[in-house]
Write a protein that binds this ligand. Structure first.
Ligand SMILES: Nc1ncnc2c1ncn2[C@@H]1O[C@H](COP(=O)(O)OP(=O)(O)OP(=O)(O)O)[C@@H](O)[C@H]1O
Ligand SMILES: [Mg+2]
Length: 423
């Protein structure tokens, strides 16, 4: 139904949301213009009309993008915490429920361990320990969900750590929001990190760099060595991420204060945004989005001018003889389902790409595996690599005779199926 201006003439209409009494109705959560319009709408309801309870109506929402969903979710938290506004959510779609849109969670050891699902969720973090839990958790989930080219997992580690650490170091509020999404179909990763703190212009304006406006401040912060305070940082974080994104042909968008820049390597262009509406001068906010192509490798050495990164999880698998041992029993998603085998296979392939070494799959403490698990994990790997290459790349140890028998049968069937179809 098309709603006429006449019908709503006593109400207030933005481009992407309506205000009716104390209700804000979202027309979409895909257009980034919803962010300033939402800020305007809440400011109007809270400061002009004195409402303390606000209804957010999502009945018209059918599609959501992380950006603007993450900043909108964060601003809701801001008004809850700073102004004690009560929000009621009307017709919140299942997707928004699933990503914790109305109430982002802080991470704990159990919610971000090797077995939890933490992609596609909005998280909030308040200190370095929580950053650490989230970075490791997100990386571990990615490792299990898709095979990444060489250098990608290191780039993800760098990007998440640096951008989230910046929130703790520079935003002045020690509170940030993050969401990471893997798109299986186009093999890409999107990360959105947001804080409603000081903003980049505010932190750089009284330094030797003296930027004239928000866009100048953003273009400065991705340059090597630019930091608000040399005693605190070295100015490597965003420069390193920018270099990695460039080498990968991905894109990086930084919106902070009244301006924004989108560095897009795909079409080799830089887009700028200006005159963005602020919450207020002390909360100019910083939003960083980066997009990586997971199937295109990144030379970390080249991106960081010779510097190399160490992956502590992968290091922890290495024994004193320099062998990489992957204990199937510790993968813990079980040894019964194809789904579990796919997660383990992705993890193993990612470790192999990172180390470029052979990986030992250790079956100790495993009594039995299902034949679909054996097929998905081992038989398909043999077909994928070819028998001789498989032998060079993987070693299987500590399999009991039952598992061996199940595996033999699965391999036989997989080979018959693959090679019969080729004849
Ligand atoms: N979330 C943020 N809020 C406010 N200012 C920020 C934020 N992120 C970055 N900045 C500004 O951008 C500058 C450059 O950030 P960058 O991460 O490249 O370097 P750094 O954090 O200063 O040092 P390093 O990352 O090497 O420890 C920061 O010094 C700060 O002034
Ligand atoms: Mg930094």
């Amino acid at each position: 139904m098309v709603e006429t201006e006449e019908k709503h003439s006593k109400y207030f209409k933005n481009f992407n949301c309506w205000i009716t009494d104390n209700t804000i109705r979202f027309d979409n959560l895909t257009n980034q213009r919803i962010i300033p319009e939402f800020i305007n709408s809440i400011n109007r309801l809270v400061y002009k009309f004195g409402h303390r309870t606000i209804i957010l109506d999502f009945s018209a929402i059918s599609k959501v993008f992380p950006f603007p969903a993450v900043p909108v979710s964060a601003y809701i938290q801001y008004f809850k915490e700073k102004e004690q506004i009560e929000f009621q959510f009307k017709d919140l779609p299942p997707y928004l429920r699933n990503i914790n849109f109305s109430n982002p969670k802080t991470p704990s050891k159990s919610s971000t361990n090797r077995y939890s699902r933490i992609l596609d969720k909005i998280w909030t973090f308040n200190n370095g320990d929580e950053v650490n839990l989230l970075v490791n958790g997100i990386k571990s989930s990615i490792r299990k969900s898709i095979v990444c080219e060489t250098g990608i997992l290191d780039a993800i580690d760098w990007g998440l750590n640096e951008v989230m650490d910046n929130v703790i170091q520079h935003s002045g509020i020690n509170k940030g929001f993050v969401m990471a999404q893997v798109h299986q179909a186009n093999k890409s990763l999107n990360v959105c990190v947001f804080d409603y703190g000081l903003g980049i212009y505010n932190t750089l304006k009284n330094t030797e760099y003296n930027p004239g406006n928000a866009i100048d401040a953003i273009s400065l912060c991705v340059q090597e060595g630019v930091t608000r305070d040399k005693k605190v940082g070295q100015g490597n974080g965003l420069w390193g991420l920018y270099s990695m994104v460039n080498l990968n042909g991905g894109h990086l968008t930084i919106i902070s204060g009244k301006g924004g820049l989108n560095f897009n390597q795909k079409d080799n262009k830089i887009y700028s945004y200006q005159d963005i509406i602020l919450l207020n001068n002390e909360n100019q906010a910083t939003n960083i989005n980066f997009h990586l192509n997971l199937d295109k490798n990144i030379s970390i050495k080249e991106a960081l001018k010779g510097y190399e990164l160490i992956d502590l999880f992968v290091e922890s698998l290495e024994n004193e003889r320099g062998q990489f041992i992957y204990k199937i029993s510790e993968a813990a998603s079980g040894t019964g389902t194809r789904q579990s085998a796919i997660a383990i296979k992705n993890e193993i392939l990612n470790i192999q790409k990172q180390t470029q070494k052979s990986i030992t799959l250790d079956f100790s403490d495993i009594g039995i595996i299902s034949s679909s698990f054996a097929d998905e994990l081992i038989a398909k790997l043999i077909v994928m690599f070819g028998f001789f290459q498989f032998q060079n790349t993987f070693k299987l140890i500590n399999m009991n005779s039952t598992i061996q028998a199940i595996l033999h049968r699965s391999i036989g069937m997989r080979f018959a199926e693959t090679y019969n179809n080729e004849v």
